[in-house]
Design a protein around this ligand. Structure first.
Ligand code: GLA
Length: 405
């Protein structure tokens, strides 16, 4: 804040100060009050989600332990905020139809208070269908009531998973009518959240059906899954990650493509493959929702998840998603324009054997000399002209940041 800002107000007599305050408030209201309500998900949401590692074995104590570890590991200070409970928290509805948490979560409000006390935010999960994907109670015909319950608990983020709403869509006369039912169902929960007055990140999970990137933002999405589920195998991560080419134009501040949560630290890939996973997700301006057990992380996993240079690529304020700029067989180059005029550039070797290839700076739009940093090595490589050539071992990435000189 401008240090001179308060000075004139202090000098004013009380009545004038009051008049000034009223004029100021009216000004804020007429300008949309944007200073009071910063945009939800201005950069891709960062946090943790229970599903990839814990699946159904998630409870209050485990969630608290994850919040503790997010702080003690340094993840919070690196930018991770959301602690997201996925499916299987749901209990029955009471006589008035209010959703209750099941015995694994005895007091959701107390849990939210605990998570908030750590400087973190709490997310929850539901479905527009009668049942969630794991067969628990969904929000069908209880949207407003559920959104209000979440707000009362202090929830900050909702993942809304299509699941059994597909059964409802089967009653539509045409595929177009079925699609409209889905759009309406997501918009209905958007309105329900809005009505509570509590800001919540709204995450669509309908696996990329019906080109959700085209209609998601208008239906309230801050992020939308673009694919089916990820798992902790290189082949699945690779299929999802490299299939995101072409979606960049749909992402921007407040609305992001979501190629699903991270598997880093779950043990099914090598460290180099997890670097490919993190690099690709950062270049894609993807939400960074870790999906591992934060309470048992190795220093190596912490280093992968908290690399500041890599996170800065993902969280760049311009919010421009990167895209593939070159590919030849298993070699790919992706780049992401950054707010300061630099570019993040990923060189990927998708095959098992090593490959030598080069980034041609002119093809990325740079003229003359550039300054280059290797983000995983944490090393400035100095200034260069022309191209950067490297030999990449199988399943490895080099993630660069390139500045014009
Ligand atoms: C679907 C979603 C997953 C997870 C499970 C929970 O499969 O895509 O991310 O939320 O449901 O049942």
């Amino acid at each position: 804040m401008n240090p001179n800002w308060r000075a004139p107000l202090r000098a004013l007599p009380r009545a004038s100060a009051m008049a000034f305050a009223i004029v100021f408030l009216v000004f804020c209201a007429s300008s949309g009050g944007s200073a009071q309500s910063p945009q939800v998900a201005a950069t891709p949401p960062m946090g943790w989600n229970s599903w990839n590692h814990f699946a159904r074995k998630i409870d209050d104590a485990t969630v608290r332990a994850q919040a503790d570890a997010m702080v003690s590991s340094g993840m919070r200070d690196a930018g991770y905020v959301y602690i997201n409970i996925d499916d299987t928290w749901e209990g029955d509805r009471d006589a008035q139809g209010n959703i209750q948490s099941n015995s694994k979560f005895p007091d959701m409000k107390a849990l939210a208070d605990y998570v908030h006390s750590k400087g973190l935010k709490l997310g929850i999960y539901s479905s527009p269908g009668a049942k969630t994907c794991a067969g628990f109670e969904g929000s069908l015909n209880h949207e407003e009531q559920d959104a209000q319950t979440y707000a009362n608990w202090g929830i900050d983020y909702l993942k809304y998973d299509l699941c059994s709403f597909r059964d409802v869509m089967k009653t539509a006369a045409t595929p177009e009518a079925a699609q409209q039912m889905m759009v309406d169902a997501y918009a209905k929960m958007r309105d329900a959240i809005k009505k509570t007055g509590r800001p919540m990140v709204y995450s669509f999970c309908e696996y990329g059906d019906g080109a959700v990137w085209q209609w998601g933002p208008a239906a309230g999405a801050n992020l939308w899954r673009t694919t089916g589920d990820i798992n902790d195998h290189y082949a699945r991560m690779e299929t999802i990650g490299f299939s995101q080419a072409g979606l960049a134009k749909y992402a921007g501040p407040g609305h992001w493509n979501d190629p699903d949560m991270l598997e880093v630290g779950n043990g099914g890939m090598t460290t180099d493959e997890y670097k490919m996973h993190m690099s690709l997700w950062a270049l894609l301006a993807a939400p960074l929702l870790s999906g591992n057990d934060l309470s048992t992380m190795t220093p190596e996993t912490i280093a992968l998840l908290t690399n500041r240079d890599v996170i800065a690529v993902d969280q760049d304020p311009a919010g421009k998603q990167g895209d593939r700029v070159w590919a030849e067989g298993p070699m790919e180059i992706w780049s992401k324009p950054m707010a300061d005029g630099s570019q993040a550039v990923g060189m990927f070797n998708r095959q098992q054997g090593s490959m030598t290839f080069a980034v041609d700076f002119a093809k990325l739009g740079f003229t003359g000399t550039v300054k280059v940093r290797d983000l995983w090595a944490g090393k400035d490589l100095g200034t260069m002209t022309g191209a950067y050539s490297a030999t990449l071992a199988g399943h490895t990435v080099i993630l660069l940041r390139v500045w014009p000189q």
